[in-house]
Write a protein that binds this ligand. Structure first.
Ligand SMILES: Cc1ncc(COP(=O)(O)O)c(C=O)c1O
Length: 397
């Protein structure tokens, strides 16, 4: 077997199961699960119907590049959402089976192992797929800690010139899981300048881009930033987006990658061998989903309601902040994050994720330590009930 498999860490939810094993929960309270970022709002009916209406597609092999109708709807969405003057649906977009598989497989296609000791930069805390993708591509992850005092910004100066010289790929995540921060134009400017200088590829994970709280102020995306900074053709830049959170269809497994046509041509070749074409019925449902905004506006309304109430409740007892975007609260704990998680589970029957499980020890610290990640994905009633319990818990500490 590939020895790099031995470098993979258990997934955070496996560590959580071990942490909570054998603990008896308070049976007087109903269980509320806020540890996993799985959307729980209803899947819109028109998406389900589009899937059903297109089951005939099951009798044909789909192409890896997807139908032109799906790529047309994705291109139109990208142009609307990010105010792009143009994006080529045939050379600058590929549909993918959810952003996770694409984030993973992208590193396998990008990393050049013939160059010694390739590096992949990841934010820390981070989505663990980036690290696994780097390790299985034969690269070493380099971490940039994102910290509250710095509004969870990426401080590129944490890496040395030697580390940047080895870097072939950087993953960034904006809106960020778990911190909720959104990258600003000046951070993109700096990152593009580094990419121009050292020649690395930028993978921008934007799967939370549609969960935000001010309809007039959607988060900036990387393609948008590139255009604003006068970069033509998105050099060395690929963005990853997804319907999972935007349209409440995590089971559809549907997203896209968009950006640098030269990179995507090679990535498409890789994917043809990898065998990652999307089912025709899923493609039809996806085209319908990307073409509609009304359900996304309603989705955001539900999240906004939960976040404003949750933050108002908790701010009486702790310094909690609204995230810029996304559906996580990243909350500082007055005791260790693992103890906090255990006690909240045992006494209040609420499950959250210890922040240290989402981060690695780097630059002398684990930046997830003494934080918990709370996914406000359940119904508004359940989320508010959970936050009232947590408020009582925090008061008791
Ligand atoms: C940061 C981040 N990126 C990517 C994904 C993958 O989402 P999907 O594969 O459903 O598009 C997730 C899922 O939780 C995530 O949190």
């Amino acid at each position: 077997m590939n020895p790099n498999l031995n470098q993979l860490q258990p997934y955070p939810f496996q560590k959580l199961r071990q942490l909570l094993e054998g603990i008896t929960r308070n049976a007087a309270l109903s269980p509320i699960e806020l540890q996993i970022g799985e959307p729980k709002h209803a899947t819109p009916d028109f998406i389900r119907q589009a899937m059903v209406n297109n089951l005939d597609g099951l009798s044909t092999y789909p192409t890896t590049h997807g139908t032109s109708s799906l790529r047309t709807s994705i291109a139109a969405w990208i142009k609307r959402r990010f105010k792009l003057t143009d994006i080529n649906r045939d050379t600058e977009i590929i549909p993918v089976n959810g952003s996770r598989e694409a984030l993973f497989s992208f590193a396998q296609a990008v990393i050049d192992r013939s160059i010694s000791q390739p590096g992949v930069v990841c934010p820390n805390p981070f989505y663990q797929i980036y690290e696994g993708a780097a390790l299985l591509a034969g690269a070493m992850p380099f971490f940039i800690n994102t910290l509250p005092d710095d509004h969870f910004k990426l401080d590129y100066s944490q890496l040395t010139d030697a580390e940047w010289s080895r870097t072939q790929l950087i993953y960034v995540c904006s809106p960020n899981n778990p911190t909720g921060s959104v990258m600003k134009l000046n951070e993109w400017r700096e990152l593009f300048a580094l990419s121009d200088r050292y020649g690395f590829v930028v993978a921008s994970d934007e799967c939370y881009s549609e969960i935000y709280f001010d309809e007039k102020n959607p988060p900036l995306g990387a393609l948008d930033a590139a255009q604003q900074l006068g970069r033509t053709g998105f050099p060395r830049l690929v963005v990853f987006n997804s319907l999972s959170k935007r349209s409440n269809v995590p089971g559809l497994r549907s997203g896209f990658v968009a950006g640098d046509a030269k990179l995507l041509e090679k990535f498409l070749l890789y994917r043809t061998y990898h065998g990652s074409a999307m089912s025709p019925a899923a493609q039809a449902a996806s085209a319908a989903a990307w073409s509609d905004e009304a359900h996304v506006v309603e989705n955001r309304r539900l999240y906004a309601q939960k976040f404003f109430e949750a933050v108002a409740l908790l701010s009486d007892v702790t310094a909690v902040q609204m995230p810029d975007a996304g559906f996580y609260l990243w909350v500082k704990t007055p005791i260790s994050d693992t103890e906090f998680t255990k006690k909240l589970y045992q006494n209040y029957n609420v499950t959250v994720l210890p922040g240290s499980y989402l981060a690695r020890e780097a630059h002398g610290m684990n930046p997830g330590k003494n934080f918990v990640r709370i996914a406000l994905v359940a119904s508004p009633q359940e989320c508010i009930e959970a936050m009232s319990r947590m408020k009582n818990f925090l008061k008791s500490l």
